[in-house]
Design a protein around this ligand. Sequence first.
Ligand code: 2PG
Ligand code: MG
Length: 405
Amino acid sequence: MYIKEAKARVIKNSRKERTIEVKFKTNNGFFICSAPSGKSKGKNEVIDFNKKGVRYSVKLANIFLKILKNKEVKFSSIEDLRKIEFILKEFEKNNEILGGNVWYAIEGALLKAAAKEKNIELYEFLLNGEKPKIPLPIGNAVGGGLHTRTHKKKPDFQEFLFIAKEEKIQKAISKNILAYFDVRLKIRWKEKKFFLKTNDENALICSLSNHEILEIMRDVAKHFDLRIGVDVASSNFFDGKNYDYKNKRFLRSREEQNEYISDLISEFDLFYVEDPFHEEDFLSFSSLLNFVKKNKKDCLIVGDDLTTTNLERVKKAYYQKSINAVIIKPNQIGSLLEVKKVCDFCKKNNIKIIFSHRSGETKDNILADYAVGFGADFIKTGLYGKERLVKLKRLIDIQKRIHKV
Ligand code: 2PG
Ligand code: MG
């Protein structure tokens, strides 16, 4: 394909923070991609933007993009990103760090253009002939932790999630959304003052404890035949020694945290537990996974801050038997080629793959194409708000295309 124009600009994400949008003009039209941003970031993620800020990163990105302007680029599979990544690395070596989010937007826009050049959809381009499957949606219904900045008393866990079972994506998504509204009603009965308040990911805000929310979620899930889960995001309240719970004041040691989480899995039949221990504690993850296996629980022990879409960390987690599922966020690592390596490793070793949004999202729907194109088992998003719905809608479109309905 021939790149006629390549530009970056600053846009705002759903949290009204600055982020980057990249636009290519090729012989086939315009192709745009923008990068989301995390709030509860793992400390092993690559840096998102140059430390001089987003504006500065965008300025650097525009200098970089000039290299690609008026060039013919051969792009027949994702592997062709290798050449681009080589130039990106050289540029960073000779200048300054662009940041993972800049890589994310450049690579995303290029891949969209490459798919169009072949006249196929992006997910088909990524699948490269492999059979597509639609990931099941995981939806964030109630939120606490770092994503709920406006309230002091809030649940300690970051996310309370519904996980649909339906194969028909439309039905799965609508069940998750109906459940979300049912939870909203039930929270309203308990606490009127929080009605209609939502956090960064449009999850419901309340001051209830983890336990109280899980009780509500369990009832609602039963009614809609859904599974439930949590993103504990525990690094955010680990003080170096203990887990410091604030909603109901409690200091839990590593062992007590293990016991607490195991009890919750049993009591609420949790299907999904993300980051139950801090991001360096591979061993506690292992003993929890062992508990799950020994007791034949159908529960995913998921690494996010633990693994940060980093092949070495995912391998370590696999060999130490710490996880049976992993979160994939492309901008945790910056390179889509690395994302592919992680996904290939997970598929080979039977680790479930969950593609995830970030708390500060844009209206780009590329996550849905990535989830299908890289063969994910699940996709985690919010349940409400245009930045989240646009991704779910794209999944519905993809399913329609696959089944030609
Ligand atoms: C997470 C994510 C997305 P953030 O912890 O799983 O929900 O949060 O994007 O803030 O890292
Ligand atoms: Mg997480």
